[in-house]
Write a protein of this length. Structure first.
Length: 167
Protein backbone atom coordinates (compact mmCIF):
# COMPACT_ATOMS: atom_id res chain seq x y z
CA UNK A 1 0.00 0.00 0.00
CA UNK A 2 1.43 3.34 -0.95
CA UNK A 3 1.84 6.02 1.68
CA UNK A 4 -0.66 8.27 -0.12
CA UNK A 5 -3.27 5.52 -0.32
CA UNK A 6 -2.72 4.54 3.33
CA UNK A 7 -3.14 8.17 4.37
CA UNK A 8 -6.35 8.45 2.34
CA UNK A 9 -7.77 5.26 3.87
CA UNK A 10 -6.97 6.41 7.41
CA UNK A 11 -8.51 9.83 6.72
CA UNK A 12 -11.66 8.16 5.37
CA UNK A 13 -11.83 5.91 8.43
CA UNK A 14 -11.60 8.89 10.77
CA UNK A 15 -14.29 10.73 8.82
CA UNK A 16 -16.58 7.69 8.92
CA UNK A 17 -16.00 7.14 12.63
CA UNK A 18 -16.59 10.79 13.43
CA UNK A 19 -19.89 11.37 11.71
CA UNK A 20 -21.17 8.24 10.00
CA UNK A 21 -22.87 8.20 6.63
CA UNK A 22 -26.59 8.80 6.41
CA UNK A 23 -29.19 8.55 3.64
CA UNK A 24 -31.95 11.19 3.07
CA UNK A 25 -35.06 12.18 1.04
CA UNK A 26 -38.76 11.78 1.83
CA UNK A 27 -40.81 8.92 0.46
CA UNK A 28 -43.63 11.37 -0.04
CA UNK A 29 -43.44 13.98 -2.79
CA UNK A 30 -40.02 13.01 -4.16
CA UNK A 31 -40.55 9.28 -3.74
CA UNK A 32 -37.05 8.93 -2.26
CA UNK A 33 -36.44 6.77 0.79
CA UNK A 34 -34.51 8.57 3.52
CA UNK A 35 -32.04 6.20 5.14
CA UNK A 36 -29.81 7.00 8.11
CA UNK A 37 -26.75 4.77 8.36
CA UNK A 38 -24.93 4.40 11.67
CA UNK A 39 -21.13 4.24 11.57
CA UNK A 40 -20.05 0.70 10.70
CA UNK A 41 -18.76 -1.28 13.68
CA UNK A 42 -15.75 -3.36 12.66
CA UNK A 43 -15.05 -6.56 14.60
CA UNK A 44 -13.20 -8.23 11.73
CA UNK A 45 -9.50 -8.92 11.45
CA UNK A 46 -9.03 -6.95 8.22
CA UNK A 47 -7.78 -3.45 9.11
CA UNK A 48 -10.15 -0.67 8.07
CA UNK A 49 -12.65 -2.89 6.25
CA UNK A 50 -15.44 -1.20 8.22
CA UNK A 51 -14.38 2.15 6.75
CA UNK A 52 -14.25 0.65 3.25
CA UNK A 53 -17.79 -0.73 3.75
CA UNK A 54 -19.07 2.61 5.06
CA UNK A 55 -17.65 4.37 2.00
CA UNK A 56 -19.27 1.74 -0.25
CA UNK A 57 -22.64 2.28 1.46
CA UNK A 58 -22.41 6.03 0.84
CA UNK A 59 -21.41 5.46 -2.78
CA UNK A 60 -24.27 2.97 -3.25
CA UNK A 61 -26.89 5.42 -2.04
CA UNK A 62 -25.54 8.14 -4.31
CA UNK A 63 -25.79 5.78 -7.29
CA UNK A 64 -29.13 4.16 -6.40
CA UNK A 65 -32.30 5.92 -7.55
CA UNK A 66 -34.87 6.25 -4.80
CA UNK A 67 -32.43 6.57 -1.89
CA UNK A 68 -30.94 9.66 -0.28
CA UNK A 69 -28.70 10.29 2.75
CA UNK A 70 -30.48 11.51 5.90
CA UNK A 71 -29.31 12.92 9.20
CA UNK A 72 -29.42 10.65 12.24
CA UNK A 73 -32.99 10.42 13.52
CA UNK A 74 -34.47 11.90 10.33
CA UNK A 75 -34.49 8.84 8.10
CA UNK A 76 -37.43 6.66 7.18
CA UNK A 77 -35.06 3.73 7.72
CA UNK A 78 -32.05 3.29 10.00
CA UNK A 79 -29.26 0.87 9.07
CA UNK A 80 -26.79 -0.59 11.55
CA UNK A 81 -23.95 -2.74 10.22
CA UNK A 82 -21.33 -4.71 12.12
CA UNK A 83 -18.48 -6.45 10.32
CA UNK A 84 -18.35 -9.84 12.03
CA UNK A 85 -15.46 -11.38 10.15
CA UNK A 86 -13.28 -11.10 7.12
CA UNK A 87 -11.54 -14.37 6.23
CA UNK A 88 -8.83 -14.87 3.63
CA UNK A 89 -7.88 -18.32 2.35
CA UNK A 90 -6.22 -20.02 -0.56
CA UNK A 91 -8.72 -20.79 -3.29
CA UNK A 92 -6.84 -22.17 -6.29
CA UNK A 93 -3.62 -24.15 -6.28
CA UNK A 94 -1.47 -25.57 -9.07
CA UNK A 95 1.81 -27.46 -9.26
CA UNK A 96 3.53 -24.06 -9.06
CA UNK A 97 1.74 -23.22 -5.79
CA UNK A 98 -1.03 -20.85 -4.72
CA UNK A 99 -2.65 -19.12 -7.71
CA UNK A 100 -5.66 -17.38 -6.23
CA UNK A 101 -7.01 -16.29 -2.85
CA UNK A 102 -10.62 -15.97 -1.69
CA UNK A 103 -11.71 -13.34 0.79
CA UNK A 104 -15.11 -13.57 2.49
CA UNK A 105 -16.87 -11.02 4.68
CA UNK A 106 -19.87 -11.47 6.95
CA UNK A 107 -21.79 -8.43 8.17
CA UNK A 108 -24.63 -8.37 10.68
CA UNK A 109 -27.23 -5.86 9.53
CA UNK A 110 -30.20 -4.34 11.31
CA UNK A 111 -32.65 -2.31 9.26
CA UNK A 112 -35.12 -0.46 11.44
CA UNK A 113 -37.85 1.26 9.43
CA UNK A 114 -40.41 3.68 10.76
CA UNK A 115 -43.84 2.66 12.07
CA UNK A 116 -45.17 1.79 8.60
CA UNK A 117 -42.44 -0.75 7.79
CA UNK A 118 -41.13 -3.95 9.27
CA UNK A 119 -37.64 -4.43 10.77
CA UNK A 120 -35.11 -6.87 9.40
CA UNK A 121 -32.09 -8.42 11.10
CA UNK A 122 -29.73 -10.84 9.48
CA UNK A 123 -26.27 -11.57 8.19
CA UNK A 124 -25.19 -10.51 4.73
CA UNK A 125 -22.15 -12.29 3.30
CA UNK A 126 -20.16 -12.12 0.10
CA UNK A 127 -16.84 -13.31 -1.23
CA UNK A 128 -14.35 -12.34 -3.91
CA UNK A 129 -11.31 -13.98 -5.41
CA UNK A 130 -8.03 -12.24 -6.22
CA UNK A 131 -4.84 -13.49 -7.85
CA UNK A 132 -1.63 -14.28 -6.05
CA UNK A 133 0.79 -11.76 -7.55
CA UNK A 134 4.40 -12.19 -8.56
CA UNK A 135 5.36 -9.99 -5.59
CA UNK A 136 3.95 -9.32 -2.14
CA UNK A 137 3.06 -5.80 -3.26
CA UNK A 138 1.18 -7.07 -6.32
CA UNK A 139 -0.79 -9.50 -4.15
CA UNK A 140 -1.61 -6.73 -1.67
CA UNK A 141 -2.85 -4.44 -4.45
CA UNK A 142 -5.05 -7.23 -5.82
CA UNK A 143 -6.38 -7.87 -2.30
CA UNK A 144 -7.25 -4.19 -1.79
CA UNK A 145 -9.13 -4.14 -5.10
CA UNK A 146 -11.01 -7.30 -4.07
CA UNK A 147 -11.90 -5.74 -0.70
CA UNK A 148 -13.33 -2.69 -2.49
CA UNK A 149 -15.45 -4.93 -4.73
CA UNK A 150 -16.51 -7.04 -1.75
CA UNK A 151 -17.64 -3.93 0.14
CA UNK A 152 -19.62 -2.78 -2.93
CA UNK A 153 -21.34 -6.17 -3.16
CA UNK A 154 -22.33 -5.99 0.51
CA UNK A 155 -23.49 -2.35 0.24
CA UNK A 156 -25.64 -3.23 -2.78
CA UNK A 157 -27.28 -6.11 -0.88
CA UNK A 158 -27.94 -3.90 2.16
CA UNK A 159 -29.44 -1.07 0.07
CA UNK A 160 -31.73 -3.49 -1.80
CA UNK A 161 -32.95 -4.92 1.50
CA UNK A 162 -33.66 -1.44 2.89
CA UNK A 163 -35.75 -0.55 -0.18
CA UNK A 164 -37.79 -3.77 0.02
CA UNK A 165 -38.78 -3.31 3.63
CA UNK A 166 -40.70 -0.07 3.24
CA UNK A 167 -44.23 -0.33 1.83
Amino acid sequence: MTLLRATAVVAAALLVAACGYRWTGAPGASGDLRVAVDPVEDRGDEPLFGAVLARALAREVVDRPGLRLARAGEGDVRVRATVLRVVEEGATYSAAGLQEYRIRAEVRVEILPGPSGRPWKGVVAADREFPAGATVEATQEAKEAALDLLARDLARAIARRAQWLVP
